[in-house]
Design a protein around this ligand. Structure first.
Ligand code: FMN
Length: 188
């Protein structure tokens, strides 16, 4: 087996590509696509998003300290890409992509109704890292589409066709390979 050496870079893939919604202090809403995101703590529940200061949304996130992470699906892939290549400086991405504002439970920023999971976040710390600033945030509310809750009250996210981002390409999830802990489960 031989391996090719790449220069150090971002190779941690696949990742979720999420749509982050925010509302400025004048009440103008925007959406931007974020792939540099992840869960960083279970208790308290915390996530991060890393955002370049030149993004239009950057000042909104910095000033309001609030945003919503909206998970994306196969059906939302086109809108996810669009919200990542057009700026709220020039256009209204909600109108362009026919996305519906859903009032949030805790934060001012609206969620995206078409997304199966809306994670409302409040920023606790902004860490400048270089190209991106990392917004650490506490999850203050989560809404899930009840169409994906089964008869046992289990949330079946895969039924919403989640989308992932890998090396500049968007994919859906094809096949269930196992479940948490299956490698050590006793066979019946
Ligand atoms: C798949 C994808 C992932 C992206 N991830 C990030 C990211 O993690 N951080 C970031 O600052 N910009 C990211 N972008 C770029 C922004 O979404 C893009 O610059 C967007 O136009 C910013 O919108 P705004 O100017 O309305 O804030 C991504 C774009 C795409 C298409």
């Amino acid at each position: 087996m031989s391996k090719i050496q790449y220069k150090p870079g971002n190779m941690l893939y696949p990742l979720p590509a999420v749509m982050v919604s925010c509302r400025d202090q004048e009440g103008k809403d925007n959406i931007l696509t974020i792939a540099w995101t992840g869960t960083i703590c279970s208790d308290p529940p915390m996530v991060y998003i890393s955002v370049r200061p030149e993004r239009y949304s950057y000042h909104i996130l910095k000033e309001t300290g609030e945003f919503v992470i909206n998970l994306t699906t196969k059906e939302l892939t086109y809108a996810t890409d669009y919200c990542g290549v057009r700026s709220g400086r020039q256009t209204d991405k909600w109108a362009d992509m026919h996305l519906t504002r859903q009032p949030s439970k805790v934060v001012q920023a609206p969620a995206i109704a078409e997304s199966p999971v809306n994670i409302e976040c409040r920023v606790t710390e902004v860490i400048p890292l270089g190209s991106h600033d990392m917004f650490l945030a506490e999850v203050v509310s989560v809404s899930v589409d009840d169409r994906y809750i089964d008869e046992n009250n289990k949330f079946q996210l895969q039924k919403a066709n989640p989308m992932v981002y890998s090396h500049g390409e968007y994919y859906d999830l094809k096949e269930l390979l196992g479940t948490f802990g299956y490698s050590v489960k006793k066979k019946k």
